[in-house]
Design a protein around this ligand. Structure first.
Ligand SMILES: [Cu+2]
Length: 591
C-alpha cells in the first residue's frame, strides 16, 4: 500500500503527499508520552520506519535443510506448534519464534518437510503447545481477529496448494488455542490430506483470522512435498541435490528478537497494524544470508516465497547460469523454461534446476533479489541493499571417490494446460481490489469486491464448473491473489487508465479500442514466469487480470471427497498484512 508519510524517531514528521501534519504530530506526541504499547525495548517501533537491524556478515552460516517426515505410511503424524528460540545467524543471540515440530526440542523454522506420496492420504494431527497468554508479536485488536476469550495464541494450519476437504483446509475461523478454546468454524485437529493431486511443492503455514501475519512471521511455516515417482520425469536431481529454499525477510533487534511495529501508519484507527511488513534481513530456511556448498552438478531447488509482504525477483550472479524452471505452484510445467529472473510474490512456489557442473571449483554464485517493495512501485527505504542478496552457492570439490550422478533436464514434463470451455455455461465474476485510506491518505485496510471477511459469502462456484475471474485492481500495489482448493490458469491481463476511470470519463464495460473504453491495450498474455498451473497470481495495479478456473482437481477428475461439506474455503491476498485486514473472503462450493 502507499506510504504517505514517515514518522522519524527524532519526532520530525515528513509529509510526502498529504496534509494532516498537525493531527499526526499530535498522535505522535501522544504515543511518545506513553499512550500506546511499547516494545520490550522500551522503544517504539514505527510501521515502515523500523530501526535498522544489526549488521551481519553475509554468507557465513551454512544453509540448514529442514528435517523430513514421511507422511505416506498411513500412520498419523502429530505436528505441534511450540515456542522456541533459534539462532538465525551466528553473530546474533537466539530469536524467540513459534515453530512447528514433533517436540519442543525439534521444532524449527522452517518446520519439518512433510514428504507425501500421491494417492497415499496423510493424517496429520495439529497441536498447539504455545504457552503464551498472547502472541509476542503485538496483536492489533482493532482489526477482526480470533480474539480467544480465555487468551492464548490461536493457531490453525493451512496446506497451501492442497486439494483437501474443507475441514482439513485450515479455515481461518477453525483456530484453536493451547487452552482448548476454538473458533466458530473449528471441526477437528486431525487433518486428512488425500494427496490425490499431482506431484507438486506445497507449503503449510498458519492461517488464523486476523493474526496470520504475526504467526507466520513468528515462524509457523514449512514445506510439504507431494511425489509421484511413476509419473515424474526421470533423472531429476535428487537426494542432496534436491534442496528446498524457503525465503523470508525479517527485521531484528540486536538481542535477536523480531522487530515488529507497535505503531501503525494510522494509529488513531489501527494502533499497531502496518500495511506491509518489510524486513532488511533476508533469510533462507531460517538463516540470514546462508551459503550452500555445491558440487559441480545439477541441483533442483524448490523455492517458496514465505515472506509476509516482500515480492522477490531472483537472479543468479553468474552470467553463464540460468534458472531452468520445471515447476510452479501446481506442479510440473509442460516443458522447462530457461529464465534469467524469477518473480515470485508471497505464496509462490518455483521448482528450478541450476546447473553448476561447468563452473570451476571455488566459484561463488550469489542468489540476488531486485524486486521493488512495495511491488511494483517501490520505495528504496524498504529495499535497502541488504535485501538485494539472498544467499550464496560455493562450488566445492566433491570428496575423493564420490561420483556425481548424471542428472538430466527433462525435455517435456506433461501436457500443455489448455483452458477449456466445455461446460454448458461459463460463470464470469468481476471482482475488485480496493484500498481504503484515512483522511491523510494512510491505508486503513483493503477489501475484495467491497466486502469484508465477515460479510456473507458471495463466491459460490458449482463443483465441476468453469469460471472466469476478472480481478480489477484499483489499488496502487500488486496483490498476490490466492484461491484455495484448486489450481487455475492465468489467461491475460489488460491495463486501464485509472485516472480517467476514477474521474468517470470512461468505462470498463467497453473493450479496447472502443472510444469510451478505459482499457489502454488489448488483453496481454502473462509473461513466462507466470504461466502454468497456479494457485497464487500477481494481480497488477490498474489492470484487469483474468483467470480461468475449473472447479475440479488439477487432473480434471472428480474430487475424491465432498468439497461442499465442512466450513468451506477462502480466497485472499497473500500479502499477510492485507489478508488480515481485510482482503480475505469465504469461498463456498456448491453442487
Ligand atoms: Cu494485498
Amino acid at each position: 500500500m502507499t506510504k504517505n508519510f514517515r514518522q522519524i524517531a527524532s519526532g520530525k514528521v515528513i509529509v510526502s503527499r498529504y496534509d494532516g501534519v498537525v493531527l499526526h504530530m499530535l498522535s505522535f506526541l501522544l504515543l511518545l508520552s506513553g499512550f500506546a504499547f511499547s516494545t520490550a525495548h522500551g522503544e517504539h517501533s514505527f510501521c515502515q520506519n523500523l530501526t535498522a537491524s544489526p549488521t551481519l556478515t553475509q554468507f557465513v552460516d551454512p544453509l540448514p535443510i529442514p528435517p523430513t517426515i514421511d507422511v505416506s505410511t498411513g500412520v498419523q503424524v502429530t505436528l505441534g506448534a511450540y515456542k522456541i528460540t533459534q539462532k538465525l545467524h551466528s553473530e546474533l543471540p537466539a530469536t524467540t519464534l513459534y515453530a512447528y515440530g514433533t517436540s519442543e526440542k525439534t521444532a524449527s523454522l522452517p518446520g519439518p518437510t512433510l514428504e507425501a506420496t500421491r494417492h497415499k492420504p496423510a493424517h496429520i494431527r495439529f497441536e498447539n503447545h504455545i504457552p503464551d497468554s498472547e502472541t509476542f508479536l503485538i496483536t492489533d485488536t482493532t482489526i477482526h481477529w480470533a480474539n480467544p476469550a480465555r487468551g492464548g495464541v490461536p493457531i490453525v494450519t493451512h496446506l497451501h496448494g492442497a486439494e483437501a476437504p474443507s475441514d482439513s483446509d485450515g479455515h481461518p475461523d477453525g483456530w484453536f488455542t493451547a487452552r482448548g478454546e476454538t473458533g466458530h468454524k473449528f471441526v477437528t485437529q486431525n487433518y486428512t490430506y488425500p494427496n490425490s493431486q499431482v506431484a507438486a511443492t506445497l507449503w503449510y503455514h498458519d492461517h488464523t483470522v486476523g493474526i496470520t501475519r504475526n504467526n507466520v512471521l513468528a515462524g509457523l511455516a514449512g514445506f510439504y512435498i507431494i511425489r509421484s515417482p511413476s509419473e515424474e520425469p526421470r533423472n531429476l536431481p535428487s537426494g542432496r541435490f534436491e534442496v528446498p529454499l524457503m525465503i523470508q525477510d525479517k527485521q531484528l533487534w540486536t538481542n535477536g528478537s523480531i522487530n515488529f511495529p507497535d505503531v501503525g501508519d494510522s494509529p488513531d484507527n489501527h494502533p499497531n497494524w502496518c500495511p506491509e511488513y518489510f524486513g532488511d534481513i533476508m533469510l533462507v530456511n531460517g538463516v540470514a544470508w546462508p551459503h550452500l556448498d555445491v558440487y559441480r552438478a545439477k541441483y533442483r531447488f524448490r523455492i517458496v516465497n514465505a515472506a509476509n509482504a516482500r515480492f522477490l525477483t531472483l537472479s543468479l550472479s553468474e552470467p553463464s547460469l540460468q534458472f531452468i524452471q520445471i515447476g510452479t505452484d501446481g506442479g510440473f510445467l509442460p516443458f522447462p523454461m530457461y529464465l534469467d529472473n524469477l518473480t515470485m510474490a508471497p505464496g509462490y512456489r518455483t521448482d528450478v534446476i541450476v546447473d553448476f557442473s561447468r563452473l570451476p571449483v571455488g566459484t561463488a554464485v550469489y542468489l540476488n533479489n531486485s524486486a521493488p517493495a512495495p511491488f511494483p512501485s517501490g520505495d528504496p527505504d524498504f529495499s535497502p541493499p541488504s535485501t538485494n542478496s539472498v544467499m550464496a552457492f560455493r562450488v566445492v570439490r566433491e570428496p575423493a571417490g564420490f561420483r556425481i550422478p548424471q542428472f538430466a533436464v527433462p525435455r517435456t514434463m506433461g501436457p500443455m494446460p489448455v483452458p477449456s470451455y466445455d461446460s454448458k455455461s461459463v460463470m464470469r465474476r468481476s471482482l475488485t481490489l480496493v484500498e481504503n485510506d484515512d483522511a491523510d491518505g494512510n491505508p486503513l485496510g483493503a477489501v475484495l469486491n467491497n466486502h469484508t471477511w465477515m460479510d456473507p459469502v458471495t463466491e459460490t462456484p458449482k463443483v465441476g464448473s468453469v469460471e472466469i475471474w476478472e480481478i480489477i485492481n484499483f489499488t496502487p500495489d500488486a496483490h498476490p491473489i490466492h484461491i484455495h482448493l484448486i489450481q487455475f490458469l492465468f489467461l491475460n491481463q489488460q491495463a486501464f487508465n485509472q485516472t480517467a476511470h476514477d474521474a468517470g470519463d470512461c468505462t470498463l464495460d467497453e473493450d479496447f479500442p472502443h472510444p469510451e473504453s478505459c482499457f489502454v491495450e488489448s488483453p496481454q498474455r502473462p509473461d513466462l514466469t507466470q504461466v502454468g498451473w497456479k494457485d497464487t497470481v500477481i494481480v497488477w495495479p490498474s489492470k484487469v487480470t483474468r483467470l480461468w478456473i475449473k472447479w475440479t482437481p488439477r487432473d480434471g477428475l472428480p474430487f475424491p471427497f465432498n468439497p461442499v461439506s465442512g466450513p468451506g474455503y477462502v480466497w485472499h491476498c497473500h500479502i499477510l498484512d492485507h489478508e488480515d485486514n481485510d482482503m480475505m473472503r469465504p469461498l463456498a462450493m456448491l453442487y
